[in-house]
Write a protein that binds this ligand. Structure first.
Ligand code: 16G
Length: 248
């Protein structure tokens, strides 16, 4: 038995959280592994049931652990983080994390741009644009529902490409010669509903992150307007902030 420090500066539930975090960090408890029961944790660390429960509740809340009714508490698979620094596509993002990217094409068509798409792509509403809806998979698990509206001269040729297998960004750059240079992106919290929830395999009302991204070419012409809905429990947007700008 390892007794936690009673009179230390850190509350004991917090000390237990740190121990669990360390076990997960070092893969002593890998993703999917069941953690010891509350009773075992109490015995092992000489703490009360309430202290053990508080630590677990907090770690479930943080997304490090998850509970399954009647089965116990398990180590969650780490979220996938998108670094909001460089312009990368889904395929590239997943590969850089050793996650297998995948896509299921839901619809692919030429489509008259609605007001929102026309505005972002600087077109007249109703202009024909290429529209692709995909369910994006990470290691075969649904991660996001993504709608890409693409506009460039001859964009209808994309109808012949195999977008279940190929990366859209890669095709735009290598086959169509576009230079994807920068993007503006917004992220908002929402709840999943209807078809989205079904496709993502989550309950109606579960949290999702909704993004809108406009990608520009080197002449600052908008090329793609993408709206995506990511599972809130699987995805993190990460950004590194600096207090002082190097140029000042
Ligand atoms: C990302 C982009 C999306 C782009 C896609 C291309 C966000 C929010 N969106 O998902 O705009 O269409 O990558 O992915 O990150 P692909 O190259 O794998 O087809």
């Amino acid at each position: 038995m390892t007794n936690l420090v009673k009179a230390g500066p850190l509350p004991r539930y917090y000390q237990l959280m740190e121990i669990v975090r360390e076990k997960v960090r070092t893969s002593a408890w890998p993703p999917g592994a069941a953690i010891p029961s509350e009773r075992d944790l109490c015995e092992q660390y000489g703490i009360s049931r309430m202290t053990a429960r508080q630590a677990i509740v907090e770690l479930v809340h943080d997304g490090l652990l998850y509970r399954e009714q009647g089965r116990g508490t398990f180590v969650a698979t780490p979220r996938i983080a998108q670094h909001l620094l460089s312009l990368t596509g889904f395929t590239q993002d997943m590969r850089s994390r050793d996650v297998q990217p995948g896509a299921k094409v839901l619809t692919v068509e030429m489509w008259p741009a609605d007001d929102a798409a026309a505005d972002r792509l600087r077109l007249k509403p109703g202009s024909p644009v290429f529209r692709l809806r995909r369910l994006r998979l990470a290691d075969a698990e649904p991660l996001a529902v993504e709608t890409s509206v693409v506009s460039f001269l001859g964009c209808d040729r994309l109808l012949d490409d195999n977008l279940a297998e190929e990366s859209l960004y890669h095709l735009l750059e290598s086959k169509y010669g576009l230079v994807l240079d920068q993007a503006d992106q917004e992220v908002e919290a929402h709840s999943a509903f209807g078809e989205q929830a079904t496709l993502l395999g989550i309950a109606e009302g579960a949290p999702v992150l909704r993004t809108r991204r406009v990608t520009y070419d080197a002449r600052h012409q908008p090329v793609e307007y993408a709206t995506s809905v990511y599972r809130g429990d699987k995805y993190t947007f990460y950004t590194h902030l600096r207090r002082h700008d190097d140029s000042s």
